[in-house]
Design a protein around this ligand. Structure first.
Ligand code: SF4
Length: 467
């Protein structure tokens, strides 16, 4: 997602450079991938996303079912249309994957392990280069802008730490979601905020629904089979729900039946696992997911959100909004205080953070006090500290897909512990666990930070097809 956004940002600078478009003067574009982006770029689809970004395609609206075909066409024709979405004249140039995308596996740029550079040669003989960093969760910074905040809105409740959020809650006698909502309304306005939350919630459920109904196999050559469709069929029977809404209703009905019969634990774990697997199998198959906080960890928050919608009595739309608001803010606490980039912090920054986000969100909608909400996030992260990133073959499949199920189940367990406890007795706060995560990230050997050079990545014999 980050490299895609970087490529889009870059071509937009060509559309408006020195007050005019310079696209027709572009003779050649070279993309240089550094560090972790180079080491796992093929498995993560970085080359494909960069090319689509150079064409100006929007990752949020692009028809994901056509991505593989679009990339294959570019590869075959050896031509790309720079900023094809722009109204100004676009630039059609020769482009060869093997020649024009360079993977510098042994070079790391200083600011961040996920660096990429665009080098443009103009017909007049001059050239320019721009460097970007993919800092996690689809966020991108351009060289020269590092450390600069894009925030232009004065928020009613500034939040940089969990303690600050708790302070606002205590002062106003309000919940975490009320504070976050007030900030988000200041930022986006009530209508845009509600539309955005609706779109996120719907995209999450659609992703699970598609994942359960999928029949294709996962790309990349590892031979990983989709398991969500199998589990979904085992739980629901062969006639699968015809829409995302029907899926929610069918699971909710089943949950009520089992609960009335006095059961539920096995069913909860199977469904939550199924939801998480469905999302991350979609991610591995280049389907549309909600980055939360990253694509590799995109299954945890939807799995716990669906747990709330299907298994928690009294779940409603207001709860869904509150869930997402709190999840987002906890993710941003980690982004501000540590990192959400596996290249910086290993998998604790992805699955660990997503689990903490989901735990806080679920605690909020299950009636937790602000202290219990923060405690749930703390517990979830505490037991992901040190989690390494070691994707086999550089693909976001092993251990990534299963790991989302663990993050989701741990989040639910963390909520049960937090709601049953007294936060006044807690010894570790969320802020301290964020500090610890960051220290652990700094100490972690780079082999375990999305380089595919340690752990499972070196112990599993593979034959990955480069596509
Ligand atoms: S191991 Fe974790 S951090 Fe690494 S790619 Fe997989 S999900 Fe992301």
């Amino acid at each position: 997602m980050g490299p895609w956004q970087a490529a889009r940002r870059f071509v937009r600078t060509l559309v408006d450079m020195r007050g005019r478009t310079v696209l027709p003067e572009v003779r050649r574009v070279e993309v240089h991938l550094y560090g972790s982006l180079a080491k796992t770029g093929k498995g993560h689809g970085t080359d494909v996303s960069v090319v689509l970004g150079l064409e100006g395609r929007d990752p949020e609206s692009e028809d994901v079912s056509l991505i593989a075909e679009a990339a294959a066409t570019i590869r075959q024709r050896r031509v790309i249309e720079l900023a094809a979405d722009s109204s100004s004249s676009s630039g059609r140039i020769d482009f060869e994957y093997g020649r024009d995308i360079l993977f510098f596996r042994d070079r790391m740029l200083d600011y961040h392990p996920n660096g990429l550079e665009f080098v443009v040669e103009f017909s007049g003989g001059d050239d320019i280069r721009r460097t970007y960093y993919s800092i996690g969760g689809g966020f991108v910074v351009e060289e020269g802008d590092e450390g600069q905040s894009r925030e232009t809105v004065e928020l009613p409740f500034p939040i940089d730490t969990a303690e600050a959020l708790l302070g606002h809650c205590r002062n106003g006698g309000v919940s975490c979601s009320q504070i976050v909502r007030a900030n988000m309304v200041a930022w986006h306005g009530e209508r845009r905020l509600r539309e955005g939350l609706k779109r996120i919630a719907e995209t999450m459920v659609e992703c699970v629904w598609h994942g359960i109904r999928a029949t294709d196999s996962l790309p990349g050559g590892l031979g990983v089979h989709r398991r969500a469709p199998r589990i979904g069929r085992a739980l629901l029977g062969d006639v699968l729900p015809a829409s995302p809404q029907e899926l929610v209703e069918a699971v909710s009905r089943q949950a009520r039946r089992v609960s009335e019969a006095g059961g539920g634990f096995e069913q909860v774990t199977r469904w939550v696992s199924c939801f998480a697997l469905a999302v991350n199998e979609q991610n591995a198959g280049f389907g549309r997911v909600v980055t939360a906080p990253t694509n590799g960890a995109a299954g945890v928050v939807p799995a716990v959100l669906l747990y709330y919608r299907c298994f928690v009595a009294g779940a409603d739309w207001d709860g869904v909004e509150r869930f997402l608001l709190v999840a987002a803010d906890v993710g941003s606490l980690f982004k501000k205080g540590a990192t959400i980039s596996a290249a910086m912090g290993g998998c604790q920054a992805e699955i660990g953070v997503s689990s903490a986000m989901a735990a806080a969100a679920l605690a909020e909608v299950c009636g937790g006090t602000p202290e219990q909400v923060m405690q749930a996030a703390e517990i979830a992260m505490e037991h992901h500290l040190g989690l390494t990133c070691d994707p086999v073959g550089g693909l976001v499949q092993i251990p990534c897909i299963e790991r989302n199920t663990m993050g989701a189940i741990k989040a639910i367990t963390a909520v049960n512990i937090a709601l049953a406890g007294d936060p006044a007795e807690a010894i570790v706060s969320l802020d301290r666990v964020i500090d610890t995560m960051w220290d652990t990230a700094l100490d972690m050997n780079s082999r375990y930070k999305e380089t595919g050079e340690g752990g499972l990545a070196t112990h599993i014999p593979i034959n990955v097809i480069e596509c």
